[in-house]
Design a protein around this ligand. Structure first.
Ligand SMILES: [Zn+2]
Length: 286
């Protein structure tokens, strides 16, 4: 019994040391950084104090500490060069290559997704669709159309829960699995290589579960705030003045009136393809 007692003491001491070390290495994330629901369904707008809001000159200085965590920026990268995994909690923010990646969130939607698909086809552009599980279940034909056109799929939760990251790992896992199952009910064995957290409200837990399920947590580089329906010209202008090689652009093909986004694509697609290679994110990336 005495030996057992010593073992318990040693283990306790080791755990305590590891805990203290972990605490010192991982700064606490202020509670205010945990995004709560804004009450607006199906839009990826972070709250106004969200570090990921695309304010000019935003250096994310108020954002969560990410450097060096969870496989973030590899050492040796020249300073100032964005790496693929430099977002909150090591989420991917860029394509990792010089290619620009357009991403369309919250669908599929029977009114807007077919228009987006037609425009992408017309301009020979492949993109990435972050789809919502309940919409995939309602519109399996559109999931099939997305895949048939060679676009990449991304899991965007069952019903766009911006607070999902605050739930237990089991609850997060169940939501993501249910969503992927709805996608694969439409397209069996469809690769779903990415996960994007609604509202950009990442937490350590949701990043961890997404990785565990084989999905790369995907943030973004450029957000023209098309969910605010600023009009096609402003959406296009914001995208075209902000995009750089490697940018991941956040757009929406569902969740509200997205005609402005669709109309903006008439301007965005020819302009972008003349300046960059625009491509879907690779399904093989992890
Ligand atoms: Zn969304």
């Amino acid at each position: 019994m005495r030996a057992v007692g010593i073992v318990v003491l040693v283990v306790t001491a080791l755990l305590g040391t590891a805990y203290a070390l972990g605490r010192s290495l991982v700064p606490d994330r202020p509670a205010s950084d945990v995004t709560t629901s804004t009450g607006q369904h199906y839009a990826d707008q972070p709250p106004t104090d969200d570090p990921d809001r695309p304010t000019p000159g935003d250096d994310r200085s108020t954002g969560p500490a990410v450097a060096g965590q969870d496989g973030a920026s590899p050492s040796g990268t020249p300073s100032g060069t964005p790496t693929a995994a430099d977002g909150p909690y090591g989420t991917q923010t860029t394509s990792g290559t010089s290619q620009v990646a357009l991403t369309f969130d919250d669908g599929p939607d029977p009114q807007y997704t077919p228009q987006v698909l037609a425009l992408l086809r017309e301009h020979h552009v492949r993109a990435t669709f972050c789809v919502v599980g309940e919409n995939a279940q309602s519109h399996p034909d559109l999931i099939r159309a997305i895949v048939a056109d060679g676009h990449t799929l991304c899991n965007h939760t069952w019903n766009h829960d911006v607070t999902l990251g605050q739930q237990s790992p089991n609850a997060i896992r169940a939501d993501l699995l249910r969503t992927s199952e709805a996608i694969r009910a439409a397209v069996p064995n469809a690769p779903i290589a990415y996960y994007r957290q609604p509202g950009g409200a990442w937490t350590r837990s949701v990043v961890s579960v997404a990785r565990e399920l084989g999905m790369t947590p995907l943030h973004w580089t450029v957000d023209p705030a098309d969910w605010e329906t600023p009009g096609a010209d402003r959406i296009a202008g914001m995208v075209l003045t902000s995009v750089e090689p490697g940018s991941v652009v956040l757009l929406h093909d569902a969740g509200g009136d997205r005609q402005g986004t669709v109309d903006a694509l008439h301007e965005i697609l020819p302009a972008l393809t003349s300046r960059f290679k625009v491509a879907a994110l690779p399904n093989g990336a992890t």
